[in-house]
Design a binder for this molecule. Structure first.
Ligand code: PHE
Length: 427
């Protein structure tokens, strides 16, 4: 009892300390972005909470890119310094984090968030302060509609959701199953709701049928009543556009209830924790993603190797996107006529042909990355395997991968290394 109390107090003091401290690697107000010293870049993300691996992986990718930029001479001789804020996977904290980075730290630009709802909460603050924001990975279409300072370097959900529907249709045909899908969506997530809408429109246009729709709220742990209702509709596929923590548990409970249909989801499944949580229940399920870590192309394999050397872990898509976001920002900072918000905004908007790990980055008129590739992964024998690729440069068809799965190391092993977890501490 007494021991518990001591632990509780220690934790409370520690967490107060974390919240009260300046951001990691911060230098407070001592160097401003406009002066000749270091260029301050803010990062806000879910370093803790139910989407913790999103923030941690993104942070790792950003830091690796920033270090490479600095080693190569910085931005016309000036070093980049990244100040990171943990929003604890909470939308309201995302807004607070961005406010702090802008008003206290005076950052020139901001990278974040992963979760679309968090980006949507914080983007208006960047916009009204004329601080360019690049989200590495928020796919909901609304994010970049928040204003002309808001950019993304990934594809959108109107693209991702449409291809999920095309894939579902082709998968049903190839497996001689009826074109029936049941959906389970997260009511608290703009991402989940947006994808469900796009998926439904395309899948029904292709002649498919949505036989059941159920919902949950991010953080729920019991999905049995929704899954019981879904079981009665006997779908060929169960579409679950959510985040990894919920997905793992949904998969387990679905199998417990006797649902055998594969699950289909989106990039929000991407985490080293997914298979750790869901285990065997996820076998044969599919999700769309931004890159495949075992892609043999030199740009991907080179990145994976460098990342493994630095962090002792296989990079997930978030790490690759964080890396690409920092590289995009650095490229724009080098080209900007001045290092102020409006000039940097213009330079980011003019990004063309920048070779990234997740594909070539071309920013279009609506501040979205255009023409990016999409991959569909299947979970087989506890491993991620490449099921299909969609490349707009090759006509945007779902190309099934019929090659044998690569014999590669698992991405599911182990917690993030200490280097990743300590980044959230203050000071
Ligand atoms: N696209 C998701 C969103 O907008 C976030 C995400 C991206 C999660 C990539 C995992 C991998 O909410």
């Amino acid at each position: 009892m007494r021991k518990n109390l001591i632990i509780f107090i220690t934790l409370a003091v520690l967490s107060f300390g974390l919240l009260g401290c300046p951001p990691k690697e911060g230098t407070g107000n001592t160097s401003t972005s406009a002066a000749g010293g270091e260029i301050l870049v803010g990062e806000y993300g879910s370093m803790t909470g139910p989407q913790a691996t999103f923030g941690q992986s993104t942070h790792n990718g950003i830091m690796m890119a920033a270090d490479e930029v600095n080693v190569a001479g910085g931005i016309n001789g000036r070093k980049v310094k990244v100040l990171s804020e943990d929003d604890q996977s909470k939308q309201e904290e995302a807004a607070n984090a961005v406010t702090k980075l802008i008003s206290q730290n005076n950052v020139l630009a901001i990278i974040g968030e992963v979760a679309s709802s968090a980006s949507i909460a914080a983007a208006p603050i960047c916009q009204s302060n004329k601080v360019p924001m690049i989200t590495p990975s928020s796919t909901n279409d609304e994010v970049t509609r928040k204003g002309d300072y808001i950019f993304r370097i990934c594809f959108t959900d109107s693209y991702q959701g449409e291809y999920q529907a095309v894939f579902a249709d082709q998968w049903a045909a190839a497996s001689a199953k009826p074109k029936t899908v049941a959906m389970l969506t997260d009511v608290k997530s703009d991402y989940s709701q947006g994808l469900a809408k796009v998926f439904t429109a395309k899948f029904t246009a292709l002649g498919g049928k949505i036989v059941g729709t159920q919902s949950y709220a991010n953080g729920d742990s019991d999905f049995r009543s929704q899954l019981t209702a879904i079981k009665g509709t006997n779908p060929s596929l169960l579409y679950v556009p959510g985040y990894y923590t919920d997905i793992g548990q949904i998969a387990i409970q679905a199998r417990d209830l006797g649902i055998t249909a594969p699950l289909l989801g989106g990039d929000g499944w991407e985490s080293p924790k997914l298979i750790e949580i869901g285990g065997k229940a996820l076998e044969g399920s599919f999700y769309t993603n931004h890159y495949f870590y075992a892609d043999p192309s030199p740009v991907v394999s080179g990145f994976v190797q460098k990342y493994k050397e630095r962090y002792g872990q296989t990079p997930d898509a978030l790490a690759a996107l964080g890396y690409d976001a920092m590289k995009t920002l650095a490229d724009a900072m080098k080209r900007a006529s001045k290092l102020d918000g409006p000039s940097l905004r213009d330079a980011i908007g003019q990004t063309k042909g920048l070779v990234g790990v997740t594909g070539t980055i071309n920013i279009g008129p609506e501040r979205n990355a255009m023409g990016k590739k999409l991959v569909i992964e299947e979970i087989k024998n506890g491993q991620l395997t490449l099921k299909a690729t969609i490349d707009p440069a090759k006509g945007g068809k779902v190309e099934m991968n019929n090659a044998a799965p690569a014999a590669v190391t698992t991405t599911t092993g182990g917690p993030p290394p200490a280097a990743a977890t300590t980044t959230t501490g203050g000071n």
